[in-house]
Write a protein that binds this ligand. Structure first.
Ligand code: ASP
Length: 451
């Protein structure tokens, strides 16, 4: 059995939905299909999920919403009409969307998640109806009825482990099951979503639950590339990559697969294939536990902006037992999760995502560190980007960081921070946001173009 997941661009219009159904029907093992909400049809277009978020915000602000929601219905209707699917499905979709929009708004996040989830939910109804029209035994599966249970962290849910046993039953289902991505239910029966792009996570969870032989993730690129293809010409495709490499690269900015989607597949030992809905015959990229390290030391280079550092120094910090714990505690008390923690003899720093730290939280944290820990200096630096080079082969190769730092210096990029060693397969550089693309270009040039 294969689990295949189709991203938003694969469901954007009737032509794309037809390709999805062709792909599913071309292999009898493709029995569990996970779908995103319809995405962009062209560059300026708006994803259905974003249209739904706008509708939800309008309702929360007491503004009119009916026209905006009709525009969402129209996205589904255009697909239904062009494919000739039974129009009854549009009545169901319309009813579902209006009912969700009219829901209780006392709990804002809960309402927002219900609205966001409606995009994939209705996508699944439509795809199931199209497969039925083509004569397949296909059915829409509600995630709650299948037992996909998640934590009550709205917009950022995590899987509850008991879901695996519930979802394993999907293996026995007849015909093709079409399952909406991106959301599940709390134990109390409320809809709750994963982070944005979370349909990838749903696909991976289902693949693990039914012990699929393969998790196919269909998107709109031929394969994962060694660097963002906008940054260089003829960027090298990656044919094989390990879970660990992919997890690090996704975390650091590779947009093809959600970084949290790797874990369920890893635990169940299921390979993931990234492939293109528009060219399904191509091999794509295979993500698996081991690969032969033949094509160089570095497999990919990723980078992302939007980080900041909180830096503290205190003379003889190294001898003060409990300093690190108390330092971290301030962040925990504010509910902040941090990304990295480089430290020195008398100093310590925490790297966070900018979105985590608003002005008043920042002021409180700085005051705590200064007053309660007696730090000699505390500062916060904004506008940081993290750039990462990743490759299993780096473990065995001498001189990778020398080559990387030399390339960055040649490109006139000042390195604010280096983190090497915590992970054997990556080196991370902190640079100014303005230097992110030149840093990535310089590293790509060094490791891929120069050999
Ligand atoms: N539709 C959701 C989003 O735009 C989830 C997904 O496509 O994976 O983030």
């Amino acid at each position: 059995m294969k689990v295949c997941k189709f991203g938003g661009s694969s469901l954007a219009d009737a032509g794309q939905v037809a390709k999805v159904c062709d792909i599913v029907m071309s292999d009898p093992d493709r029995r569990l299909v996970v779908v995103s909400a319809p995405g962009k049809r062209h560059k300026q277009d708006i994803k259905v999920t974003d249209l739904l978020i706008a509708c939800a915000n309008a309702r929360l602000d007491g503004k009119p919403t009916a026209d905006a929601l009709e525009a969402v219905v129209a996205r589904y209707r255009a697909i239904q009409e062009e494919l000739g699917v039974d129009p009854a499905v549009i009545d169901t979709i319309r009813e579902n969307l209006f009912e969700t929009l009219g829901g209780n708004i006392e709990h804002r996040e809960r309402f927002m998640d219900a609205m966001k989830a409606a995009g994939e939910d209705n996508s699944a109804r439509l795809v199931a109806a199209e497969l039925q029209r083509r004569g397949e035994t296909a059915r829409y599966q509600n995630p709650g009825e299948a037992g996909l249970l998640l934590s009550g962290e709205y917009g950022n849910a995590r899987l509850l482990h008991e879901s695996y046993d519930n979802l394993a039953r999907l293996r026995e289902a007849d015909g093709i099951t079409v399952f909406p991505g991106f959301f599940g239910y709390t134990r109390e029966g409320e809809v709750v979503t994963f982070p944005r792009g979370g349909s990838d996570i749903t696909g991976s969870i289902l693949a693990a639950a039914v012990k699929a032989e393969l998790y196919e993730n269909f998107t709109d690129v031929d394969s994962v590339c060694a660097v963002d293809p906008d940054l260089a010409s003829d960027v090298q495709p990656i044919t094989e990559i390990t879970y660990r490499e992919m997890r690090e690269l996704s975390y650091a900015g590779f947009g093809v697969l959600h970084d949290e989607a790797i874990i369920p597949a890893v635990h169940a030992g299921i390979p993931i294939r990234i492939c293109n809905t528009n060219r399904p015959e191509l091999p794509g990229t295979l993500i698996m536990s081991e690969r032969e390290v033949t094509h160089g030391t570095v497999v990919g280079i990723a980078g992302s902006s939007g980080f900041c550092t909180v830096f503290a120094s205190k003379y003889l910090m190294n001898r003060e037992v409990g300093f690190g714990r108390r330092f971290l505690q301030f962040f925990e008390e504010e509910g902040l999760s941090f990304e990295h923690m480089p430290s020195g003899v008398d100093n310590i720093s925490i790297i966070l995502r900018e979105e985590e730290l608003d002005e008043s939280t920042e002021a409180r944290i700085v005051a705590h560190i200064r007053d309660e820990l007696g730090a000699d200096s505390v500062s916060v630096e904004h506008g940081l980007a993290l750039v990462m080079i990743v490759g299993e082969g780096m473990r065995y190769t001498v001189g990778v960081s020398r080559r990387a730092t030399a390339a960055l210096s040649k490109a006139d990029v000042n390195i604010e921070m280096i983190n090497q060693g915590s992970s054997e397969i990556s080196i991370m550089f902190g640079v100014k946001e303005a230097d992110r693309t030149s840093a990535m270009r310089a590293l790509y040039n060094e490791f891929f173009e120069q050999g």
